[in-house]
Design a protein around this ligand. Structure first.
Ligand SMILES: Nc1ncnc2c1ncn2[C@@H]1O[C@H](COP(=O)(O)OP(=O)(O)OP(=O)(O)O)[C@@H](O)[C@H]1O
Ligand SMILES: [Mg+2]
Length: 387
């Protein structure tokens, strides 16, 4: 087992493309760390550098206390599970799992014992004599995992290992992999572009964008206190609503004006987020998660409420996802796209409501939000305004 340290790591591909910039990341011994971010942000590149499959341009990669920049892949004692888990079709499950150990000349009895134990762990014992062609997708996935597990490596690297599976199997394997990792305690770096996988599997999650680490934190902290607009929009589904607002000093606190709507941050709110007081007079970006709205009776233009027209409703069973146009009441409002790039024309909110609620397109609805549940970002730097 090992800890893995990226110390100022940079990666420039031979064609000049800078895929990773100045990455500092300490993956702790025994930790399940998820690397997440949109396509092309450098996740696989980072993972392949740990495995030794990609040269490192700048900085130091330290595995288990040793600078590993120039170590050959086979000398790193790291097992990688790729997205396409090519199994040997002519070998059965037992032989596939044991293959790596056998070619390394492992003792026959030791090998048989390890394969048996690994198969048991992965609930593959009854399929040992079957060929990959006779297995389901999820079982094949587990054989590929077994091939890595049986080696007892210092660390596991997994690059989108569940992307070939259907939704049900993905969910099942997600739990399985997280459980196995806890059981074996082997340091694991898991790459995905799926924020649900990141949130449910990782001890900590590193969010990347354009080769730059945006935030490294527990799933809970990423959800509760995203460091910037990008992380706020990327973590959480459906994603956060963003709107422009102006902060004005009033008696007893700060008022945020969004067109004709207004939100009050009182002294208690400001004590928790003193940074807001320094942003008076600024245009800021409000972020409100779809699940943070509560339907209320309409009462004029009460503070901390918005009123709008239901445009359409997606019925998801347990919950409803309502799309609400708050611009119909106020033409001066505009919504900001989730990257902070490009304003969308209609100021629409996505709102999660109770599945039992009766609501239909065309109706008017008023929603309340607690000031504490509003994320506020600097419009220029896109960083969260807190301390
Ligand atoms: N051999 C290469 N030469 C030049 N550029 C490359 C090379 N391999 C990858 N890149 C570029 O580096 C960036 C990061 O690629 P990488 O494969 O790490 O992305 P990723 O985050 O894993 O994306 P995905 O989710 O699509 O797998 C991309 O913009 C990609 O085009
Ligand atoms: Mg990739």
């Amino acid at each position: 087992m090992a800890d893995i340290i990226f110390d100022g790591i940079g990666k420039r591909y031979p064609d000049g493309y800078a895929a990773i910039a100045n990455l500092d990341l300490h993956i702790r011994d025994g930790e399940f760390l998820v690397l997440v971010g949109p396509s092309g942000c450098g996740k696989s590149t980072a993972l392949r550098m740990i495995a030794g499959l990609e040269d490192i341009t700048d900085g130091r990669l330290i595995i288990d206390g040793v600078v590993a920049n120039n170590l050959a892949p086979r000398d790193r004692d790291i097992a990688m599970v790729f997205q396409s888990y090519a199994l040997y079709p002519h070998l059965n499950v037992e032989e596939n799992i044991g293959f790596g150990l056998r070619v390394r000349g492992a003792d026959k009895q030791v090998l048989a014992k390890k394969v048996r134990e690994t198969a048991e762990l992965l609930e593959l014992s009854e399929h040992l004599k079957r060929k990959p062609g006779q297995l389901s997708g999820g079982q094949r996935q587990r054989v590929a995992m077994g091939r890595a597990l049986v080696r007892d490596p210092k660390a596991f690297l997994m690059d989108e290992p569940l992307s070939n599976l259907d939704a049900r199997l993905r969910g099942q394997m997600r739990t399985e992999i997280a459980r196995l990792q806890k059981l074996t305690g082997v340091t694991t770096v898991y790459v995905t572009h799926d924020q649900v996988e990141a949130m449910t599997m990782g001890d900590r999650v590193a969010v990347m964008r354009h080769g730059v680490l945006q935030q490294l934190d527990t799933p809970r902290k990423l959800y509760d206190t995203p460091a910037n607009l990008f992380v706020a929009g990327f973590i959480g589904a459906p994603s956060m609503n963003f709107m422009a607002a102006d902060l004005v000093a009033v008696d007893g606190g700060i008022e945020a004006r969004l067109g004709s709507f207004c939100f009050l941050f009182d002294r208690d709110d400001l004590a928790l987020r003193p940074g807001l007081s320094r942003s008076i007079g600024d245009r800021v970006i409000f972020g409100i998660r779809p699940e943070m709205f509560t339907p209320v009776e309409h009462s004029g233009s009460a503070a901390n409420t918005v009123t709008g027209e239901v445009v359409f409703v997606e019925d998801l069973g347990a919950t409803l996802l309502a799309h609400i146009d708050i611009g119909s009441a106020d033409g001066s409002l505009r919504e900001i796209g989730h990257d902070g790039e490009g304003a969308l024309s209609a100021p629409r909110l996505r709102v999660v409501l109770d599945g039992q609620m009766h609501i239909r397109a065309g109706e008017t609805i008023t929603l309340a939000v607690k000031a504490g549940n509003i994320h506020v970002f600097n419009a220029q730097t896109e960083r969260a305004i807190r301390d």
